[in-house]
Ligand binder design. Structure first.
Ligand code: MG
Length: 250
């Protein structure tokens, strides 16, 4: 009997040891910077609407409809002179853009490389220098501003190009115009999922209009910091797939 108890105790110790080896404690956030994005410099697909290819701001206007005033140089535009809106509007869409944070070591929090990407002029994904922050909050880079913090901190350091690849699903409405499904946002920052199909429940930015059933533009925020953007395009997505089953092809 004594021997059997000893064997059981030894076995339990072996199991616990094995568990300790196979189930290490997981850190809450990555300890190192995200790797360079796999979509950096991605060419616009053939069916994309190109909003900025590095040459000019002919596809953009200011809020009052006047020409966009941001400075364009070396294939990038730099925030300054007010928010800008794309002339092209969208409903469901895949949006790709690249941005670079300025180096502002003395600045803190919301004053550090603040800008923003607002889908349909209604739902803002924050752009901010949040590099090195352990636990990003609802106002930090990658947040759906004020609503959903990024799942992880996927920021690259200032002065390095970063990417957002955003899948936006516009809200749905019934025949009477009542909203039946909220807008949804999935976002990859530098190839890492930071927003996983979150339901955006409110208009958190001065809306382009009061009717969220209409298409809206991409808006880039000028928050007074020289954040740069380049390679901006979107692919409109159909709101539903075909009803027709094609069957398995040989
Ligand atoms: Mg912002």
């Amino acid at each position: 009997m004594k021997t059997r108890v000893l064997v059981l105790t030894t076995s339990l110790a072996a199991v616990l040891t094995a568990l300790a080896v196979t189930c290490p404690a997981q850190p809450a956030v990555p300890a190192v910077a995200a790797p360079p994005s796999i979509t950096l410099g991605a060419p616009a697909p053939a069916d994309a609407v190109v909003l900025f290819d590095g040459t000019d701001l002919s596809k953009w206007v200011r809020g009052d409809g006047s020409p966009a005033a941001w400075k364009v140089a070396e294939g990038a535009m730099t925030a300054g002179g007010g928010d800008i809106l794309s002339k092209d509007a969208f409903k469901d869409a895949y949006v790709h853009l690249e941005w670079m944070e300025p180096d502002m070591p003395e600045a803190q929090g919301q004053g550090r490389g603040n800008s923003g990407v607002t889908l349909q002029g209604r739902y803002e994904i924050q752009v901010l220098d949040s590099y090195g922050i352990d636990v990003p909050g609802k106002g930090d880079c990658g947040a759906v501003y004020g609503q959903y913090a990024a799942l992880v901190n996927a920021c690259r350091p200032p002065l390095e190009w970063q990417t957002y690849d955003i899948i936006f699903r516009a809200p749905r409405f019934d025949a009477e115009g009542k909203m039946t499904e909220n807008a949804r946002i999935t976002c990859l920052q530098n190839g890492i999922v930071i927003q996983n199909n979150v339901q955006v429940t409110g208009l958190n930015y001065p809306p382009m209009d009061a009717d969220p059933s209409t298409p809206g533009p991409l808006v880039l925020q000028d928050h007074g910091n020289p954040v740069q953007y380049r390679n901006i395009w979107f692919v409109p997505l159909p709101e539903k797939g075909s009803e027709e089953y094609q069957g398995r092809r040989p």
